[in-house]
Design a protein around this ligand. Structure first.
Ligand code: FES
Ligand code: FES
Length: 485
């Protein structure tokens, strides 16, 4: 043992806590915009926190205030407007809510598929479309799909409301056209004409990773002609970009392998990829050509037999709460956490994480600290029926919501184990057991939504949970066995 190493308790704290800030949960976008302006560039917006909180932990952000938009009423809605001609998605709609939405699955296949590849199940439950767009990342999963669906953004700020096509919003890595005090209210998508189909493809190192390259396609087919085709790629240039030259040779042309090859060549020539930890520029160029050919070919086939994206299991439990909470830097507030059906009153600062509060203040040590940045799933708990990462959840933001931890699985009276726990014992679904609470708390919501999932559904749902010793075969076997019971 290294004598200079900090005590585990201190080490955990130093990894999980970041500098203090004023924390707000405004009730309206206008109030949020006013607060944003009042800190003169030293305040940040958050909703899911899956991008910002890891940055804060790495101390790459010096900020004075955090403004959480997630309790603003109505900002997470998804609805048809203009007599069914436009789909409006609120800025704080979570990726999972978009993935599960029947209107999205019926009309915007590429967006549904992009949401399906977005991070882990837990990240999908936390991350929002507004965050994914406003981060300005060239690897953002939803952005290529939104670009080919001709998305328009509704922005609210001190000077009122304005609309901007998504293509004009993206300026460079981490740079957007957002003005000071402006906030994304919603994303507007024109409902495509009959006969139009779309898809999203992504190549990444492992499941739940960012893309080496991604492609979205919208295609309208008429007989043997490609009436219209729109293409956008991610992770191959400073911003997600439309492939206009490839679109031009395809739109209005008779479908043929030669046309596809030409489009692939043009796409590879238009992009400006870089070498980074996920891939090389050379490989991305090869990918671009192949992905365009494959993607357009697949969209062409789909257009002959259009089908909405297949349904995903949906978990219940959205319980919006009134907004208005605030905790100023240096102060503590008493909040009520409803955990496993019991209310716990606890004093917290605005920057305390739910994982710390559970483990260190309430002695509920089932949720584990693994990576601290949203990549291992060991800290998973349920909030309002959805698995989320407690290492990226501010405790104050969970106040009043329904929290479930692994401690709540056992019958409090008889001590009997939940059938899911028993199945893990019977099927040897654990070895050291460190990952097991997170896996149990993730898979519970899958079984609630789909009591008889197939093996692939289990693997897909658990793609954000890492196990370093058992191996996934026995974990999946345990889940399937519990489902059978
Ligand atoms: S500790 Fe939360 S995801 Fe790893
Ligand atoms: S059982 Fe040891 S990490 Fe999964």
């Amino acid at each position: 043992m290294n004598p200079a190493a900090p005590h585990l308790h201190e080490m955990t704290n130093s990894h999980l806590l970041f500098e203090e800030f004023d924390y707000y949960e405004p009730a309206t976008l206008e109030e949020a915009s006013r607060l944003l302006g009042s800190y003169g560039g030293k305040a940040r917006l958050m909703a899911g926190g899956t991008h910002l909180l890891p940055l804060l932990k790495a101390e790459r952000e010096g900020l004075r205030a955090l403004i959480n938009l997630s309790r603003i009423p109505g900002l997470d809605g998804i609805e048809l407007r203009d007599n069914g001609r436009t789909l409006a998605i609120g800025g704080t709609a979570t990726i999972r809510s978009i993935l599960e939405n029947p209107l999205v699955r019926q009309h915007f296949n590429a967006l549904a598929e992009a949401c399906g590849t977005f991070g882990s199940t837990q990240i999908q439950n936390m991350g929002t479309i507004g965050g994914n767009i406003c981060n300005g990342s060239p690897a953002a999963d939803t952005v290529p799909a939104l670009l080919v669906h001709n998305a328009e953004l509704v922005l609210t700020g001190p000077e009122g409301e304005r609309r901007l096509p998504l293509g004009k919003f993206l300026l460079g890595p981490g740079r957007t056209a957002l003005k000071a005090g402006e906030i994304l209210r919603s994303v507007l998508l024109p409902v495509p004409a009959q006969g139009t189909t779309s898809l999203y493809m992504k190549i990444s190192r492992v499941a739940a990773d960012l893309a080496k390259a991604s492609l979205a396609v919208v295609l309208t087919r008429s007989g043997d002609t490609i009436e219209d085709c729109r293409l956008a790629m991610g992770s191959v240039a400073p911003t997600v970009l439309r492939l206009y030259s490839a679109e031009e040779v395809l739109s209005g042309a008779t479908f043929s392998p030669e046309r596809l090859a030409e489009a692939g060549r043009l796409a590879a020539g238009q992009i400006s990829p870089i070498d980074d930890i996920r891939s090389t520029a050379w490989y991305r160029r090869q990918l671009a050509g192949v992905m365009v050919q494959d993607g357009v070919g697949l969209a062409w086939e789909r257009a002959a037999h259009p089908q909405p994206a297949s349904a995903v299991p949906t978990a219940d439990g959205h319980h919006p709460l009134p907004a208005g909470a605030r905790v100023m830097a240096g102060e503590r507030e008493e909040i009520a956490l409803n955990i496993n059906g019991k209310v716990h009153k606890v004093w917290v600062s605005g920057n305390e994480l739910l994982l710390n509060v559970l483990r260190e203040k309430l002695e509920l040590t089932g949720a584990k600290y693994g990576c601290g940045v949203g990549e291992c799933g060991a800290c998973t708990v349920e909030i309002d029926g959805h698995p989320v990462l407690s290492c990226l959840t501010l405790a104050v933001s969970a106040a009043g919501k329904r929290i479930a931890t692994v401690e709540g699985l056992q019958d409090p009276v008889t001590g009997a184990l939940d059938p899911l726990q028993q199945a893990f014992i019977d099927q040897t679904g654990y070895q050291c057991g460190y990952c097991t609470p997170g896996i149990l708390m993730t898979v519970r919501s899958l079984l609630a939504a789909d009591p008889h999932p197939g093996e692939m559904a289990v693997r897909e749902y658990l793609k954000g949970n890492r196990c370093r010793c058992t191996g996934y075969a026995s974990i999946v076997r345990s889940v399937l066995s519990a489902a059978k019971e």
